[in-house]
Design a protein around this ligand. Sequence first.
Ligand code: ATP
Length: 311
Amino acid sequence: MEQVIFAEDIVKRYGDVSAVDGISFSVQRGEIFGLLGPNGAGKTTTVRMLTGVISPSSGSISILGLDMPASANEIRKHIGVLPETANVYVDLTGQQNMALFGNLYGLKKDAITERSAQLLRKMNILEASNRLAKTYSKGMKQRLSLSMTLMTDGEVLFLDEPTSGLDAESAREIRGVISEMADEGRTILLTTHNMQEAQDLCSRVAVINRGKIAAIDTPVNLRRTFEERQSVVMQFAQPIPKERIQALAGVGEVFVTGPNVRCYTSDPGMVLTGLVELAEELGIKVISGSTETASLEDVFLELIRSKGERR
Ligand code: ATP
């Protein structure tokens, strides 16, 4: 398989801070590859290095077999970039934004007219294309932004948080467009802090936090880690012996602080029932109970820990 995006041990330092601290991965042609991580993980910095906006402090990058940043100008002809902050000029119409972008990339006037109409129609904003972009909803602005990204018809796309801040319906629409773009044979790297989005779209995902990659895996395997880190949190009227809780079916790690209990599990329903029955048997009142899903940070820590255990 052809390697389209390749990053080896890339580092970006700002003074004492390593925004990206030795990241390596590769993306094959036709893949949708996700960089999944919480705020400040280093996703945007990675994308900016891959697209030649900034240079790495060390490490090497190649896109379509060309070295970045040495061949940045040649590479730019083949890629499309959706930056993290919207690149839409709100005092221009949708159409004018498209033309401006087309001009920037040296497209001919006819090509600009034809391609913008095609893309704006596809993104469902053709009818609004003569209105100023400041009258657009957030979802429409993002669809315009994606249309601008596609103006160059790039075979490799870098999409930085493409659905961030959108409502569920707009996010779903954008995901649909991203899938279509991959079906057309494009290679896509996207960043997200949304596990569900990574699962819906990506063939592989790199989980990134504090500038490092904790794991690169399929969303299905990563999902398993999420599920195992669900927890049931309960408060009882008085303490329950930890060993009795540990013996319940489906219970993983257990933390007991006085009458408060937290059990990690992949089956919160079963554990909740088990705990309620145990309390009943011991004649102890249940004060409160809830289940919590894993945060990205939880999963990241779990991945680091399991990696450490495997060593
Ligand atoms: P978000 O989801 O919030 O956009 P991110 O994963 O994209 O987060 P980055 O924007 O890449 O994260 O930032 C990674 C770290 O590097 C952060 O701690 C950030 O403050 C720091 N950083 C990024 N750019 C700079 C800069 N120009 N100067 C100093 N520090 C920076």
